[in-house]
Ligand binder design. Structure first.
Ligand SMILES: NC(=O)c1ccc[n+]([C@@H]2O[C@H](COP(=O)([O-])OP(=O)(O)OC[C@H]3O[C@@H](n4cnc5c(N)ncnc54)[C@H](OP(=O)(O)O)[C@@H]3O)[C@@H](O)[C@H]2O)c1
Length: 400
C-alpha cells in the first residue's frame, strides 16, 4: 500500500457535533492525520478535554474573555504551560484557518461567525471541508473566488451536498452541467412533519430530531425546514444551478442523502445511514475512501422508503429561502442573519416557533441593500439585518 504522509487538520468548531464526528474519524487514522488546531467559542472545559486527547499545536477560544479560563482548564487537565499554545479572539480563529501546519481545515463553526475563518482557509489554499453552510449562504461568490484565487479545494460536508458531489463525481461527461437536469435535495421533514398545530412548541421538542444528532441551531433549522432552504442556496452556489433546477423532496428515513437527475432520465443517489462521519470521512480521505466508523446500511431491515412534497404552508421558511435566492445575495445574507436571531430568541424562549418565520419575513420585507461587493459589505448587511430582526422579536406579537 502507498504511504500517505500525515496531514495536519485544523478543526474550527471542534467542541460541536461536527467537531466530535470529525475527531472520531481522525482518531481512527492516527498515521494519516494529526490535529493542528482545535477551536471553540465558550466551552473551555470541553476544549481542554479534547486537547488532552488530541494534543493540538494550538487551542483557540473565540471568546477572548475566556482565555484565562482555558489556560486554567488545560493546567487542571494535566497539560503543562506551553504544551498546547493558547490563542483567543476572532483573529485567532482566522489564524487557525491559515496555519501553515494544517493542510486541511474543517469549517464547523455554526452561523455567520464562520465566514471569516472559512474565507481565510480558502485564501490560504487549504483543503476546506465545509460544514458551515451559513458562510456559503452569506458570501457564496466571495468564498468561491477565494477558493479559486487561493488554489484551495472545497469539499462539502453537508450530507446532501456531499451526496451530490459523489453523484457528480461518478458522472464524467462531455457536456458538463448541461447533462444534469436537476439536483434533488432530500429532507427528513424534521420532528414536526406530521404535526398540524404549531402552537406551544418548545425548544426541547424542536431539537429532538428523529434521525440526526446535531447542534441546537441546525436542529431548529431542520424543524422549520430553514435548514433545507439554506441548503438550496448552498447547492446553487456550490454546483452552479438556479432555483428552477434544485428540487426538495421529503424523505423521512434519511437514507438517500440526495440525488442527481441526468438528461437521459438516469437518477444517481447516494445512500447511507444518517451518520455525519460518512461525509466527513469522504472529505478527509478524498479521493480515497477511508474507514468512517458509520454503521452499515442494512437493506433487509430498512423497510419502505417514503417520499413526499414539502408543505410550504406549514413550513414557510423554505419558501422564504427560495424567495431570498431569487432576490439575490443581499437577501440571502438577510435571511440567514434574521434566522440566526430568531432561532436564538426561540431557544431563549423569547419567541414562538411560528414567530421564527414571521421575524425572517418582516426582515426580508425591510431589505433595500444592493448586492455586496466585499466581505465588509456582507458583514454590514448582516449587522443591519440582525438589528431589524432583533427589533422585530422585541416588538412582535409572536411569543406564545
Ligand atoms: N451537526 C450536523 O450534523 C451538521 C450537518 C450538516 C451541516 N452542519 C453545519 O455544521 C455547522 C456546525 O454545526 P454543529 O451541529 O456541529 O453545531 P454545534 O454543535 O452547535 O457546534 C458549533 C461549534 O461552533 C462553535 N461556535 C459557536 N459560536 C461560535 C462563534 N461565534 N465563533 C466561533 N465559534 C463558535 C462552538 O463552540 P462552543 O462549543 O464553545 O459553543 C462549537 O464548537 C453548522 O453550520 C451546521 O449547519 C451540521
Amino acid at each position: 500500500m502507498q504511504h500517505v504522509p500525515s496531514q495536519g487538520v485544523s478543526i474550527l468548531g471542534a467542541t460541536g457535533s461536527i467537531g466530535a464526528s470529525t475527531l472520531d474519524v481522525i482518531a481512527r487514522h492516527p498515521d494519516r492525520f494529526r490535529v493542528t488546531a482545535l477551536t471553540a467559542q465558550s466551552r473551555v472545559e470541553e476544549l481542554a478535554r479534547l486537547c488532552v486527547r488530541f494534543r493540538p499545536r494550538f487551542a483557540v477560544i473565540g471568546d477572548a474573555a475566556r482565555e484565562g479560563a482555558l489556560r486554567d482548564a488545560l493546567r487542571a487537565a494535566g497539560l503543562a504551560d506551553g504544551v498546547v499554545e493558547v490563542r483567543s479572539g476572532p483573529g485567532a480563529l482566522v489564524e487557525a484557518a491559515q496555519c501553515d501546519d494544517a493542510q486541511i481545515v474543517v469549517a464547523a463553526i455554526v452561523g455567520a461567525a464562520g465566514l471569516l475563518p472559512s474565507i481565510a482557509a480558502a485564501r490560504a489554499g487549504k483543503r476546506l471541508l465545509l460544514a458551515n453552510k451559513e458562510s456559503v449562504v452569506c458570501a457564496g461568490a466571495l468564498l468561491l473566488d477565494a477558493v479559486r484565487i487561493g488554489g484551495a479545494t472545497l469539499l462539502p460536508v453537508d450530507s446532501e451536498h456531499n451526496a451530490i458531489h459523489q453523484c457528480l463525481a461518478g458522472a464524467a461527461s462531455t457536456n458538463g452541467a448541461a447533462d444534469v437536469r436537476r439536483l434533488i435535495l432530500t429532507a427528513s421533514g424534521g420532528p414536526f412533519r406530521q404535526r398540524r398545530d404549531f402552537s406551544g412548541i418548545s425548544p426541547e421538542e424542536a431539537c429532538a430530531h428523529p434521525n440526526w444528532s446535531m447542534g441546537r441551531k441546525i436542529s431548529v433549522d431542520s424543524a422549520t425546514l430553514m435548514n433545507k432552504g439554506l441548503e438550496v442556496i448552498e447547492a446553487s452556489w456550490l454546483f452552479g444551478f438556479g432555483r428552477d433546477r434544485i428540487d426538495v423532496v421529503v424523505h423521512p428515513q434519511s437514507v438517500i442523502h440526495s440525488m442527481v437527475e441526468f438528461g437521459d432520465g438516469s437518477v444517481l443517489a447516494q445512500l447511507g445511514t444518517p451518520d455525519m462521519r460518512t461525509p466527513i470521512a469522504y472529505c478527509l480521505g478524498y479521493p480515497e475512501r477511508i474507514e468512517s466508523g458509520s454503521p452499515r446500511l442494512d437493506f433487509l431491515r430498512l423497510g419502505a422508503l417514503q417520499f413526499e412534497a414539502p408543505d410550504l404552508e406549514r413550513f414557510p421558511c423554505l419558501g422564504l429561502a427560495y424567495r431570498a435566492l431569487s432576490a439575490g445575495p443581499a437577501a440571502s445574507i438577510t435571511l440567514n442573519a434574521a434566522n440566526e436571531v430568531a432561532v436564538n430568541a426561540f431557544l431563549e424562549r423569547r419567541l414562538s416557533f411560528v414567530g421564527i418565520a414571521a421575524t425572517i419575513e418582516c426582515t426580508l420585507d425591510a431589505l433595500q441593500a444592493p448586492a455586496p461587493a466585499s466581505v465588509e459589505e456582507v458583514l454590514e448587511i448582516d449587522g443591519w439585518a440582525r438589528g431589524v430582526a432583533e427589533k422585530a422579536v422585541r416588538g412582535g406579537a409572536w411569543i406564545s
